[in-house]
Design a protein around this ligand. Structure first.
Ligand code: PMP
Length: 411
């Protein structure tokens, strides 16, 4: 017997399990609606034209090399990332209250937040939406934090449970942390309206809670960066007098560089009394963040960061990127309509309008775990057991097949 013999076997990650079963499935046709990664209309991964152009520029640069970045990351990335998130005329930026460090994509940014909370807000509860991206719980609990839940999805009519959400905000101990999906809520694809965001953020401000925005789909959801940053910017406006605000920003989806792990962590220091020395607060926070990054990755990953920095700072590339985001988001919207229309034409029992009303990568279809299992076993259509379908996996060549498969399992 060795000290390794009693280590508990954990279940495989559900999503990556689907990926594995899908790749081992020899049936044709087969359709992967599991992992949230964009596919083009032929079902292939898509390298964005803006990314290709940026890569070319970087490699043609005579000073090109693979040196280490600084601990806080590539300044052209963090400043550009901050600009698109908070806007060109952000008051917080003008007041120099934003601290930004580069992270290993969105998950790395969440991890930095979790580490920071575990050091300085150990006693606070982290409230997560029901349902949420399962890794949220994992990231915070691994750092020894306690998570709690707030209602979000109303199953009966596939709407936002605003009342339950607000009740949770009111009932939570003052100063709790609320994790908010900035846009394109994963897994439901259902976002609060602008008015509902106002209500939610006002209640959060009243209780002195801390908002942590997870922004993994800016520009990918609607094709427009400003539109998809609405909630974050409103949050910064409404909460700046009250508490710090944390923002975890991923460039996996909107730049289509999933595996390159480009992201940023931002912390907004609340507005202070004139007598308070904000610079010394920022210096202390920066030093702590540098220690966290240094101890874990030493310095962040450079290659993808250089590509995104080029896209954010070179106007012709920025313009191309905006077009690329419209290409992705409009193809997904088209597939939502196509799937809904096929289901309606087939007379599939139930109402399918939620598929077109939801936004972003996913649709929370309302299919039960049994139906999902049958989709996989009888039709080689793969999605997670919650009924969440990655709409990006649909294309003109398979959407009718998927609609017929859904029709069969629903009846
Ligand atoms: N948050 C949410 C809500 C997500 O859906 C994802 C990606 N699935 C992430 C964060 C993190 O993604 P990444 O680490 O690849 O940037």
């Amino acid at each position: 017997k060795t000290i390794l013999n009693n280590i508990e076997l954990l279940p495989a990650d559900a999503l990556f399990g689907i990926k594995q079963r899908f790749s081992q499935d020899n049936r044709e046709p087969k359709v992967d609606l599991g992992i949230g990664a964009y596919r083009d209309n032929t079902g292939k991964p898509w390298v964005l034209p803006s990314v290709k152009a940026a890569e070319k520029l970087i490699q043609e640069d005579p000073t090109y090399n693979h040196e280490y970045l600084s601990i806080s990351g590539l300044p052209q990335l963090t400043s550009g990332a901050s600009k698109i998130m908070f806007g060109e005329d952000s008051t917080a930026a003008k007041e120099k209250r934003i601290i930004s460090v580069q992270s290993l994509s969105g998950t790395g940014a969440l991890h930095i937040a979790a580490k920071f909370f575990s050091l300085f807000f150990k006693e606070k509860l982290v409230y997560l939406s029901t349902p949420t991206w399962p890794n949220h719980k994992n990231v915070f609990e691994t750092q020894g934090l306690k998570t709690s839940a707030y209602p979000y999805w109303n199953d009966a009519d596939k709407s936002l449970d605003l009342e339950g959400f607000v009740r949770s905000i009111k009932d939570a101990p003052s100063g709790s942390i609320f994790l908010l999906h900035a846009c394109a809520h994963n897994p439901t694809g259902l976002d609060p309206t602008k008015e509902q965001w106002g209500t939610i953020l006002d209640e959060i401000a009243k209780k002195g809670h801390i908002a942590l925005f997870d922004s993994a789909y800016q520009g990918f959801a609607s094709g427009d960066l400003d539109n998809d940053a609405f909630a974050v910017r409103l949050g910064v406006e409404k909460l700046s007098e009250v508490s710090p605000i944390f923002i975890c920003q991923s460039f996996a989806k909107n730049v289509g560089m999933y595996g390159e792990r480009v992201g940023c962590f931002h912390l907004i220091v609340p507005r202070q009394e004139p007598s308070v020395d904000v610079d010394s607060i920022k210096k202390a926070i920066n030093s702590q963040l540098a220690k966290i990054v240094r101890s874990e990755v030493s310095t962040p990953a450079a290659y993808g960061a250089k590509i995104v920095a080029k896209i954010l700072n070179e106007p012709s590339l920025t313009q191309q990127w905006h077009k690329d985001m419209v290409t992705m988001s409009s193809r997904i919207t088209k597939m939502r309509h196509s799937l809904r229309d096929h289901l309606v034409a087939l007379g599939t029992p139930g109402n399918w309008d939620h598929i077109v009303n939801q936004c972003g990568m996913f649709s929370y279809t309302g299919l039960t775990a049994e139906m999902v299992a049958r989709l996989e076993s009888n039709h080689a259509v793969y999605l997670v057991s919650s009924g969440r379908a990655s709409i990006a996996g649909l294309n003109d060549g398979n959407v009718e097949y998927v609609a017929k498969a859904i029709d069969e399992v629903v009846r």
